[in-house]
Design a protein around this ligand. Structure first.
Ligand code: FES
Length: 142
């Protein structure tokens, strides 16, 4: 199969490959797998607590060139966005940008799912923390 120039570019020069050193509360991590092929994608977002904007992103993908390119691309796209805007990134836009053929559409779906999972993880961490903070005065009083 012939990859598009953009896929090859992201594959050969992946943007934001790797992982954040610390898993603190400002980071959300999404790990998703593609049942069709067994490929796995791990996407992390780092959110600025004062602005609510995603200020950085990282990925690690064990998969095909299209999956690596899709995850590399979305780490660029999510930067500077709110969580809601990041959730609006659709796999169709990823597939269009990278000119993915139909057989590789599931690779772009993996990237969309990874964003959703990373946002969900970030929100879960914050909900947990807020709930924990809310219950602390009661514990202190007991
Ligand atoms: Fe499965 Fe690309 S072939 S993610």
């Amino acid at each position: 199969m012939a990859y598009s120039d953009k896929v090859i570019d992201h594959y050969e020069n992946p943007r934001n490959a790797g992982a954040f050193a610390n898993e603190d509360d400002d980071i959300g991590t999404g790990m998703v797998g593609a049942p069709a092929c067994g490929d796995v994608m791990r996407l992390q977002i780092k959110v600025n607590p004062s602005t609510g904007l995603i200020e950085d992103a990282k990925f690690k993908t064990y998969g095909c060139g299209s999956a690596i390119a899709s995850s590399s691309l979305v780490t660029e796209w999510v930067k500077g966005k709110t969580l809601e805007q990041a959730l609006d990134i659709k796999n169709t836009a990823i597939a269009e940008e990278l000119a993915l053929p139909p057989v590789k559409i599931h690779c772009s779906i993996l990237a969309e799912d990874a964003i959703k999972a990373a946002v969900a993880d970030y929100r879960l961490r914050h909900t947990d923390r807020l709930e924990h903070a809310a219950c602390q005065p009661a514990q202190a009083a007991a």
